[in-house]
Unconditional design. Structure first.
Length: 131
């Protein structure tokens, strides 16, 4: 029983020392909402996010570029009928910025979106801010 208690105590202490911060940034344009979440530890940065169309038309094609101080990512998709949400997927790296630098980066971040519907081609830039 004592060994089990020691193991549990060790796990709790190690978990408490992981020092993970979660930083969320959101933005909203006329036709799109965007979000990104950073999870930062002393040794790793994980990110995930996406965009959501708020317009009334069916999307035929979407391309996006997320731009941050650390770089960016881009993608394109031909959404399924009625699809309005598009995920950026998950990413990460082993050389994370400091928490303050990550917040500054997300406050400078934006997403450029181009999309096609049956009525035309459109563009929008959505700026992100940490809340």
């Amino acid at each position: 029983m004592r060994k089990i208690l020691i193991i549990l105590f060790t796990i709790i202490v190690l978990t408490a020392c992981s020092n993970q911060e979660t930083i969320k940034a959101n933005g909203e344009g006329e036709y799109w909402k965007a979000n990104i979440t950073y999870e930062v530890t002393d040794s790793h940065l994980s990110d995930r996010g996406g965009i959501e169309y708020t317009g009334d038309e069916d999307l035929l094609y979407v391309s996006y570029s997320l731009v941050t101080d650390e770089g960016g990512l881009s993608g394109e998709i031909e959404p399924q009928k009625g699809q309005t949400a598009i995920s950026f997927g998950m990413g990460g790296g082993n050389n994370p910025p400091a928490i303050d630098a990550a917040i500054i980066s997300l406050n400078h971040a934006y997403v450029e979106i181009e999309w096609h519907t049956t009525t035309g081609e459109y563009k929008e830039k959505v700026e992100l801010k940490v809340k």
